[in-house]
Design a protein around this ligand. Sequence first.
Ligand SMILES: [Zn+2]
Length: 103
Amino acid sequence: MGKLSNIKPMLGTIAPRLHPPPKVADRFYLSREWRALVARLKRERGNWCEQCGSSHRIIGDHIVERRDGGADLDPANVMLLCFTCHQRKTALARARRARGQIG
Ligand SMILES: [Zn+2]
C-alpha cells in the first residue's frame, strides 16, 4: 500500500489544471486588445449606453458572453452599456445560466 499513497499526492497537483479558475476571464478585460476595441467603439458609436442612452460609466459588454461561446474581439458581439444596464444584463444572464439555459 506504500506505493499507492505516493501516487495520490501527484494526482492532486494535476487535477486543478484541468479546471482553470473563473478568474481567467477577468484578465481578458484588462488586455490591450479589448481596451483598444472598446475605445474604438466608443469613438465610432458614441460614448453612451446602447440600451438606455445614459453616458454614465460606459463599458464594453459581450452580447453573447465569452463563457457562452461569444467572439472575444468581434465588434458585432460587443455592446456599449452603462454600468446599470450592464449589471442588469449580467444578473439576467446569471439567472438564465442557473436555470440551465444559455442565450
Ligand atoms: Zn444603460
